[in-house]
Structures are given as C-alpha cells and as structure tokens.
Design a protein around this ligand. Structure first.
Ligand SMILES: [Zn+2]
Length: 150
C-alpha cells in the first residue's frame, strides 16, 4: 500500500467543491439508491441487492443492478451500468458509485474496476466515490495497470 501522500490526484475532478458539484455528486448517489433493493427471482436467486450509477463525460447518468444467480452466474451492478452506457455509445466515465441494500456506498470489486478501465483507458482517471466520503481515482484502485503503460 502506498503512503497517503503519494496518491495521484483526480485529473477530471468531476465534482470539485462547489455547491453545484456537490449537487451533481448527490444526484449520482441518489440515482444509484433509486434502483437499489433486492428482489427475489426464484428460490435463492435475486437481483438488485447492489446498484451502481455512472456519470459520463457527456453529463449523462447510467444505472445498473446486480444479478445473483447460482453456479457462478450473474454480474455486478457496475457492469450493468457500463452496459447501459455502451448502449448509448458512450465510454468515458467521470465518476462511479456503487450502493448496497440500506444505501451503503462501497468500492467496486476488482472485475468491475477492470471493466471500467478496459472500456476506455481515460476511465483510469474517473472518480470512484467510496463510502467514507472519499473520491479516489480508479487508477489508485488498479495500481501498475497495464493500460496506463500503453
Ligand atoms: Zn463487481
């Protein structure tokens, strides 16, 4: 783990500290919370226990929910949100947030971090909103990333 002082700065800084940007951050979190909530599909299968929202460089917000199935099937909410974004032919993410049941913000898993980075290498500079109120660049969650060296 790198010392706190060596963390890279957010290059895009999609929210900053202004009132308008705080409202944009809140809108993104609220968009994720609005679609969060587990519901039963059948037996022990469910969907929606985690949701995610992505803010793109064009200013659009895309959301997604997770699907939890058996035999290793299903996918994370962030991947569903990325798919929604790609449907609109957008790839450049400025910020992403994931929310679990109860409205708890959490960090994307490694697969989701990698997915967001691979759809557009610029996304290594997107802000990941974490539960403790911090925003960190995706590249800090994917140190020594192979796309950053290309
Ligand atoms: Zn994930």
């Amino acid at each position: 783990m790198r010392p706190q002082g060596s963390r890279s700065q957010l290059k895009c800084d999609p929210f900053g500290d202004t009132k308008a940007m705080n409202e944009a951050r809140s809108r993104l979190i609220e968009a994720a919370k609005a679609v969060c909530g587990a519901f039963r599909l059948r037996e022990d299968f469910s969907a929606g226990s985690v949701s995610a929202a992505i803010l793109t460089a064009k200013g659009n917000i895309y959301t997604g929910i997770c699907i939890d199935l058996a035999c290793g099937l299903g996918f994370c909410a962030e991947v569903a949100a990325v798919a929604e974004m790609l449907k609109a032919r957008e790839t450049h993410v400025l910020a992403v947030v994931a929310v679990s049941n109860g409205g708890v913000l959490g960090a994307p898993c490694g697969r989701c971090r990698e997915t967001i980075a691979q759809v557009d290498p610029q996304n290594l500079d997107c802000a990941v909103i974490l539960g403790d109120g911090r925003e960190v660049p995706l590249r800090d969650l994917l140190p020594e990333h192979w796309l950053a060296e290309q």
